[in-house]
Design a protein around this ligand. Structure first.
Ligand code: PHE
Length: 511
């Protein structure tokens, strides 16, 4: 049954791969900015609370679901609950949608490595390179192809031969590069202002970075969305990685390590990126309110300006920095591709068909590249065929470019819905015991069991309602309507959980 699926060579190999999936663009440009904007320490506390009470629970559940069933998401959900089998589709469609733009952003890193290398020989590029790249369709699509080729080679190499091998070298390298960039950033004059933005409560407003601090409810939605994306949850990634994990490994400890490492890297990335951006702005007389500290501009405009202004060694730091971001992007992208590839590989095995991993990964890569090419050619809405241009209907942020459009569906809607449903399925349908048996696998920890039950039944669904509402507000603008939609979804899905499942397939083998 399990024959050709592949498995990790060691627990540390698995851990590095899972941390690689978690550590990505989300850590580098999402976390530090959201933390600063949302009152520094307040955001950090909310984030840690959510990571422990929600992230850790979903992480352990996903790893357990994968390991218990030894299957990719669609088949895994089907195996534990007939009523929730459709949930697996969410966990496969959203990684596909995320990949369509993640690959484009990964391509941008390659472009920036190239221009910084060229810059070493004179004419160091500045932030205006971003506009040039976005409007040059061949360049954007070209680097997308390069990024996808790298991911193809790694994923085609297999679970231990490709993904594990890459992360075993890539993750330590990323860490070393991060330390180099932190040292450089913190030695810039005025870097301390950036640290204050991130860590001092209320400084973002007092220091003039933003006009007003977001409300606690906005922070909760923001931190929750960020936490999910950053930990690679509700995207099938951890189910898939868990399905290759040996029964001996301790899932509680592993989940804790992944959550801790991801949060640590997000903080370190913040300490590398924000002080550099702020210092460079202040040193060049730019008002702090005008420094772009969030979104793609932070990396590709603000930081490139930093490297431009650094003088002789600027290009070297530029290369190290974008290489670091590229590694983070690749290690996350390959986990997204593995979710899709594993689905087809498992399906073929189930139907008794011979199928080569290479050909599956190739097909997956080609389809992603085709849609990715649309996102790349759109250039964040620069080239006149963004959804908003076609629909002629402007609304908050969901349709101003193809990237936001795909992001809205995946990160904004499917991800919070998927996690809410997963918690309802565990709490109300199959019962926490089924998951706990797999999580503990023999040695029971009564404390964790109680903690798990409490969180999965009460905390996770409630938080997911807030996160869904927060995401909908972010994309569509209207807070009240977003909360109503979120509450209606919750009620419908709770009802769905409570009506009896006549087939009772979910109970099979769970005694
Ligand atoms: N966690 C990755 C990041 O922080 C993104 C990601 C999400 C990767 C979901 C895999 C699955 O950028």
């Amino acid at each position: 049954m399990e024959n050709n699926r592949g498995s990790w060579n060691s627990n540390i190999g698995f851990l590095l791969a899972a941390i690689g999936s978690a550590v990505g663009l989300g850590n580098i440009w999402g976390f530090p900015y959201k933390m600063g904007r949302s009152g520094g320490f307040t955001f950090l506390l909310v984030y840690i609370f959510l990571a422990v009470f929600v992230g850790l629970i979903i992480m352990a559940s996903e790893l357990a679901l994968g390991r218990k069933t030894r299957k990719a998401p669609i088949a895994a959900y089907k195996a534990v609950s007939s009523k929730y089998s459709w949930l697996g589709w969410l966990a496969v469609i959203s990684p596909f949608l995320i990949m369509t733009f993640y690959s484009v952003l990964g391509g941008y890193c390659i472009y920036y490595i190239i221009i910084n290398i060229i810059g070493l020989f004179g004419g160091m590029p500045d932030g205006s390179s971003f506009g040039v790249m976005l409007t040059s369709i061949p360049a954007s699509v070209g680097v997308l192809l390069a990024f996808m080729a790298i991911c193809f080679i790694i994923v085609a190499g297999g679970v231990s031969g490709g993904i594990e091998k890459f992360n075993k070298v890539g993750m330590p390298a990323l860490f070393v590069m991060l330390v180099i960039i932190i040292i450089r950033a913190l030695t810039l004059p005025n870097a301390v202002e950036g640290l204050k933005f991130m860590f001092v409560p209320g400084y973002a407003v007092r220091g003039g970075f933003i006009e007003e601090a977001p409300s606690l409810i906005t922070i909760l939605g923001d931190a929750g969305g960020q936490m999910f994306f950053s930990l690679s949850l509700a995207m099938g990634a951890m189910i898939t990685y868990g399905s290759y994990l040996s029964k001996e490994e301790n899932l509680v400890k592993n989940s804790g390590i992944i959550v801790f490492a991801d949060t640590l890297v997000a903080l370190l990335a913040g300490i590398a990126v924000i002080p550099a951006a702020v210092a460079n702005g202040i040193n060049n007389g730019i008002p702090v309110s005008e420094i772009s500290l969030g979104g793609p501009k932070l990396l590709f405009v603000t930081l490139q300006d930093v490297f431009h202004n650094m003088g002789a060694l600027g290009g070297v730091f530029g290369i190290i920095f974008f290489l670091l971001v590229l590694l983070a992007a690749i290690s996350s992208a390959i986990s997204l591709m593995e979710v899709l590839s594993a689905h087809f590989i498992d399906k073929a095995a189930e139907e008794g068909r011979e199928i080569s991993r290479k050909s599956v990964v190739l097909k997956v890569s080609v389809v992603i590249t085709i849609i990715g090419a649309l996102v790349a050619a759109d250039g964040l809405g620069s080239n006149g065929f963004a959804p908003v241009d076609l629909l002629k209907n402007e609304m908050a942020g969901w349709n101003d470019c193809w990237l936001d459009f795909f992001d809205c569906w995946s990160e904004g809607i499917m991800m919070p819905l998927g996690a809410m449903l997963m918690a309802l399925m565990i709490g109300g349908e199959i019962g926490p015991k089924v998951m706990l048996d797999e999580i503990h696998n023999g040695e029971h920890s009564p404390f964790f069991s109680r903690f798990y039950r409490f969180c999965v039944i009460y905390i996770v669904p409630a938080v997911m309602c807030l996160v869904l509402a927060g995401q909908l507000t972010g994309f569509f603008g209207n807070q009240i309507v977003s909360y109503i939609i979120s509450a209606v979804c919750f009620i419908i899905f709770t009802y769905h959980t409570l009506i009896p499942d006549w087939k009772k397939l979910g109970q099979e083998g769970n005694e």
